[in-house]
Design a protein around this ligand. Structure first.
Ligand code: GLC
Length: 669
């Protein structure tokens, strides 16, 4: 049961699609204060668990820390950080009583989940203008499903997006891209996508191509496609200020950029230098900005990633003026510690909250300060693209994912989890974040495999890829200032080929489970607790996940480990994949097992009585032979396979489901 309460005059975020009556009065659950902004407080029982928050730090159980929804471009995702790139304000309090809350509030919102007081949950924000949805249900899983229904169907990518993608900041020329292609094809490592980071553009100008390197871009897109590879360009939020640049000129002329209080266009420095931000919260400006994606789709492009859309600000014009003043004040070097004053001011230039008070959106004729709707920018930039794709080719799916997001954006695209580091702890963070993201509607997600920042190691890339085998978005991406980490950069490529081949072998299953989750407002990744709620150990296990209805995964996330302990809440079949080579299988009883996992192996645990379809590997998703699938699992099990053309939107066609039976690998019950 869902109840909706409206406080003050909330900004319409369009996060929720379900029509609902407003309730009078206050929710029975917890206490609400409308003095000094808004706060909601309730007590938690000793063993209550709190789920949700999507893209957030730490564990699946959010209890014991303070999380702040405040979309932030911070590449240092250390454990102490309260905010990452997304704002996903949905939580579920689970215990004797189960209740979910969605705080539909587009600005900074603080979730103190037993941080100040272990037994108290307090959610607060500066203005008492918001919608609160209170969802009751029989279990946290049931609440999540009700919530997902309420926010509308998750984005569905084209099937090729379930292939593997290689990315790196720094590829510039056609030769760079060809080198990547050769690196993969020569070594027979499957690959479907190569991502184009900012250097494909002319001077980092959105919707342009570097004139010297890509004068014949459509031919190059075609050349790659002939090898089964799609190029996926990045689009950044800031539009470069440059006379004669069409996007800039037109945006200024139509008044579609974010404005200062005095009506002038707000100026922020990002990769291209000084830029203006398209006012994507304004429906006309959104339509206009989305319209530009055409420039690239016309040349054969079928997917994009939207970046820097928190929006990231290196410094604003105002910030730079303030910094210069501090420089002048300290220029005599007579003050105490001038370097500290200068250093502090310089540090405060980037992503400075003060800048959020300096620009405005125009929504339905009204001026709205950015600070009050800060968390909606990435969402609406991606919505601009999603709405544009509907106009460009209504029956076709495009690949789209974003860095910044708010709930509601899950209908238009996926997300990647931003600039992580080549740290083992971030592999584990990736694993734990996935079910929380799914709860908030974001199904097409994944992290930069191998780690974005810092130098990686061969074993970390392999272990991380082995987790990436299961994330719908499977992409190796890194910072240009780090050690190269394409799969052919570490000498012998055999282990890499086997891990990625395993992904391709599993694509029919993973895609089928993704589609079922999307079409039924369900989860692709579930915490163990959602499947085994009566099992105390399973409920508290956060380094293993359930996928779909058949599978459990338990990736290795420790350097030099030869395997790991795995908890089986029921009897399961362990299948270790080694690409297209032989698979190892064994039935394990309920309990704790030490499972050895070599660097080239991917273990899958199939639940008692279930089976999964497995294909022979191929170099691309399109080449997979899904007519000849092998069932692996328990004797007599059946599997309902969802399969469609992977491009069009005929999702409900009953012919998309076929039942497979007769497991090939037989085991005693
Ligand atoms: C940001 C993105 C990263 C990208 C870089 C350059 O840091 O998060 O993925 O490579 O910008 O465009």
């Amino acid at each position: 049961m869902i109840r909706k309460y409206v406080f003050g005059k909330p900004f319409e975020t369009d996060a929720v699609v379900m029509e609902m009556e407003n309730r009078d009065g206050l929710p029975e659950f917890g206490e609400i204060s409308l003095e000094n902004g808004f706060s909601f407080t309730c007590t938690m029982e000793k063993d209550d668990i709190v789920y949700g928050l999507g893209e957030a730090n730490r564990g699946i159980n959010k209890r014991g820390f303070c999380y702040i929804s405040d979309c932030t471009d911070d590449p240092n995702h250390t454990e102490d950080k309260n905010s990452l790139y997304g704002a996903h304000n949905f939580i579920v309090l689970a215990g004797k009583k189960n209740v979910g809350f969605f705080f539909d509030y587009p600005s900074k919102l603080i979730f103190d989940i037993g941080y100040t007081d272990l037994d108290v949950l307090k959610v607060s924000c500066e203005k008492a203008d918001l919608k609160l949805y209170v969802i009751e249900g029989e279990s946290p899983y049931d609440i999540v499903k009700q919530f997902r229904k309420m926010i509308g169907r998750s984005y569905i990518p084209p099937k090729f997006a379930f292939g593997f993608g290689q990315s790196r900041w720094g590829y510039k020329t056609k030769e760079d891209y060809r080198k990547v292609r050769e690196g993969y094809r020569k070594n027979r490592i499957p690959l479907d996508m190569i991502y184009m980071d900012i250097d494909y553009m002319q001077d980092y100008k959105d919707f342009t191509l570097n004139e010297e390197n890509f004068s014949d871009f459509p031919e190059f897109v075609q050349e790659m496609k002939e090898d089964g590879i799609r190029l996926i360009p990045i689009i950044d939020a800031g539009v470069k200020i440059e006379k004669g640049y069409e996007v800039y000129e037109e945006g200024v002329e139509k008044g579609y950029f974010c404005k200062r209080a005095d009506g002038s266009n707000f100026v922020a420095a990002v990769w291209p230098g000084y830029t203006h931000f398209p006012d994507v919260l304004n429906a006309d400006a959104r339509k206009w900005f989305g319209g530009w994606y055409h420039v690239l789709t016309d040349q054969g492009i079928e997917g994009f990633w939207n970046d820097m859309n928190e929006p990231a600000i290196f410094y604003s014009e105002e910030g730079m003026e303030e910094f210069k003043a501090v420089l002048r004040e300290n220029s005599t070097m007579e003050e105490e510690n001038p370097a500290v004053a200068i250093g502090d001011k310089m540090q405060a230039l980037s992503n400075n909250p003060a800048d959020h008070t300096r620009f405005y959106h125009t929504v339905n004729g009204e001026k709205i300060c950015h600070k009050d709707v800060h968390n909606l920018f990435g969402y609406n930039m991606t919505r601009a693209a999603g709405e544009a794709f509907e106009r460009i080719a209504p029956d076709k799916r495009f690949l789209m994912f974003s860095r910044s997001s708010y709930i509601g954006m899950h209908r238009y695209g996926g997300i990647w989890t931003g600039d992580n580091k080549s740290w083992w702890s971030h592999l584990l963070l990736n694993l734990k974040m996935m079910p929380s993201l799914n709860m908030c509607g974001f199904l097409y997600t994944g992290a930069d495999l191998g780690g974005f920042g810092a130098d990686t190691t061969r074993d970390l890339v392999l272990r991380w890829l082995a987790l990436g085998v299961f994330t719908p978005l499977m992409r190796n991406h890194s910072d240009l200032r780090t050690r190269e980490q394409e799969c052919y950069q570490f000498g012998d490529t055999e282990d890499f080929r086997q891990i990625i081949e395993t992904r391709y072998r599993l694509v029919p299953y993973l895609y089928s489970e993704y589609m079922k989750a999307a079409l039924n407002d369900d989860l692709y990744f579930k915490p163990m607790a959602f499947v085994y709620p009566e099992d105390e150990i399973a409920v508290r296990t956060e380094d293993q996940l359930m996928i779909g209805n058949e599978v459990m995964i338990a990736p290795v996330y420790t350097q030099n480990a030869k395997g790991r302990f795995v908890y089986l809440p029921e009897r399961m079949m362990l299948v270790k994949f080694t690409g297209d080579s032989a698979v190892y299988q064994e039935v394990l009883e309920k309990g704790i097992h030490y499972v050895e996992v070599a660097l080239n192996e991917v273990p899958v645990f199939i639940r008692e009585g279930k089976c999964i379809p497995v294909a022979a590997s191929a170099q691309t998703v399109a080449e997979l032979d899904t007519k000849h699938l092998t069932l692996m699992g328990f004797d007599g099990a059946e599997y309902a396979l969802y399969e469609d053309d992977g491009v069009s939107k005929d999702y409900e066609n009953p012919e998309n489901i076929r039942t497979l039976s007769g497991a090939l690998l037989l085991f005693e019950k």
